[in-house]
Design a protein. Structure first.
Length: 491
């Protein structure tokens, strides 16, 4: 019920935004000379402040990518085109916490101004493309689970290879990029390739035969019609208030349910940030202890990270051993360069001053995370079987949690490789810089984190039990990962 309400609300907001705004104005352009200045400044800021500039990509190679970015700025460009150019360069750092965002004015004025939208929401993985849902009114062809072979002669693999060039991730893997593309396929198509008037789509029908057809973009009026039809088909569902929407969204992000018949607790944790997260974790383990649950399932597939203190807290309730957050948390210098372009530079400068300590290697170490040994929490500690569900969106502090518990006898990691790095990442303190001409914002982590120096460098946390996506499961609306865990518990 909650998911259906959220879907209808989202559909209503999309159609309202498109119909209310009408035709999108032509995006303003900026002179090439000013945009090249922004690129040059960004390179200086990153070289002076980023703790892992050449961690995965050698300087000579990264300089080559920079020259390529500069060469692309030959004429004036609008923000979408320039953002693609900057993102393609920044992604080569292979740092998931260094990403490009639109300017505040673009986000406020132009992001929703579009008369047309790509007509399908699509999940991609490997060389597969499967329809999640269609935005076309009364679409009986592209139903949920339809396998798509090609769109305008491009395969799923080609879309992943093309779009992932503009997505920042930890190390050389593309699991995080694949999840981002799946969640925003139409947006990537519009921003990278540009919307076409028609799409030649090859797909498999219900008999497994290849069919070729043409479909067009979805207009604002069609979206509005779809919204009205959806509401008519669900007369008992009224659009909720803002307070009710926030309540539903909170439940989607943070939830605990206990199945007394299975003697299993199911926890969903969509973030380690947010007010009350620590309180939720502590309260959950009190309830789990009281209920006498023998199995614990924690769904972290949408958890992009957050506060390390909450990640550590959750680890302490499950870990059977002492642990520390990382082997090393370092940066090359104590201060910040080009501070006038860095958000809240004076606050982060103070943070670096008090957190960093110069060591014998000449680098500044955040020693608290390197030396502090955390003990398991005895009260309400969970000692039964634990199943941790992970995927490409599992990132940052989530990989600290998963990586620490991987290999523990009573713990199994189920799902797909995480988007966050198993070996380490650049994070802890994260700010952003604003380029003065384009006003693009680039996130900037300030410490390099090596979680465990003995782990392989590059790639995410691998699951103990690999459960890939399935078009058949998508069609049936079945959660294969949860089904696998339930079968293990029953067995």
């Amino acid at each position: 019920m909650a998911r259906k309400v959220l879907f209808l609300v989202g559909l209503w907001l999309i159609s309202w935004g498109a119909s209310a705004q009408g035709l999108a104005p032509k995006l303003p352009k900026q002179a090439a000379s000013l945009l090249r200045e922004d690129l040059q400044l960004l390179k200086k800021i990153l070289e002076a402040n980023h703790p892992s500039m050449y961690w995965y990509t050698p300087q000579q190679t990264l300089d080559s990518f920079f020259r390529s970015a500069i060469d692309q700025v030959k004429d004036s460009m609008n923000e979408v085109s320039f953002r693609n150019t900057v993102a393609a360069y920044v992604s080569k750092l292979q740092c998931g916490h260094t990403a490009v965002r639109n300017s505040k004015s673009f986000t406020k004025k132009y992001s929703r101004l579009s008369k047309f939208r790509f007509p399908l929401n699509i999940k991609v993985w490997d060389d597969s493309m499967v329809v999640i849902n269609s935005l076309r009114p009364r679409d009986s062809i592209f139903v949920r689970g339809t396998k798509i072979l090609q769109i305008n002669q491009l395969s799923g693999r080609q879309f992943v290879d093309t779009f992932s060039q503009f997505i920042s991730g930890d190390g050389p893997g593309n699991q995080y990029a694949t999840q981002q593309i799946s969640g925003n396929f139409g947006t990537f198509y519009k921003n990278v390739l540009g919307l076409d008037s028609l799409y030649a789509i090859s797909f498999l029908n219900r008999s497994g035969k290849r069919v070729d057809t043409l479909i067009a973009n979805v207009s604002a009026s069609a979206l509005a019609s779809l919204t009205k039809d959806s509401i008519k088909k669900n007369p008992g569902i009224k659009l909720p208030s803002k307070k009710e929407i926030r309540k539903i969204q909170k439940a989607e992000k943070r939830m605990l349910q206990i199945d007394t018949l299975m003697r299993t607790a199911f926890m969903r944790l969509g973030s380690f940030s947010g007010s009350g997260t620590g309180r939720f974790i502590r309260g959950s383990f009190r309830k789990i202890k009281k209920a006498g649950a023998e199995n614990l399932v924690i769904d972290l597939r949408t958890n992009g990270g957050g506060k390390v203190s909450n990640s550590t807290l959750l680890t302490r309730y499950i870990s059977d051993h002492r642990f520390k957050v990382a082997d090393s948390v370092v940066r090359n210098n104590r201060g910040l360069s080009n501070r006038r372009y860095i958000n809240s530079a004076w606050i982060y400068s103070l943070g670096l001053l008090f957190s960093g300590k110069k060591m014998d290697d000449g680098k500044y170490h955040f020693t608290r995370f390197e030396t502090k040994q955390w003990e398991p929490i005895k009260k309400n500690h969970f000692n039964g079987k634990v199943y941790l569900v992970q995927g490409g969106y599992s990132f940052s502090a989530t990989t600290l949690f998963l990586g620490e518990l991987k290999g523990q006898q009573n713990v199994k990691l189920v799902g797909e490789e995480t988007g966050g790095g198993y070996y380490g990442n650049s994070a802890m303190l994260i700010t952003y810089c604003t380029l003065p001409n384009s006003r693009l914002r680039v996130t900037l982590p300030l410490y390099r984190l090596v979680i465990n120096k003995n782990r392989p460098k590059g790639g995410g946390v691998l699951p103990d039990i690999y459960v890939p996506p399935s078009s058949a499961a998508i069609e049936r609306g079945v959660d294969l990962k949860m089904e696998k865990i339930k079968s293990l518990i029953q067995r």
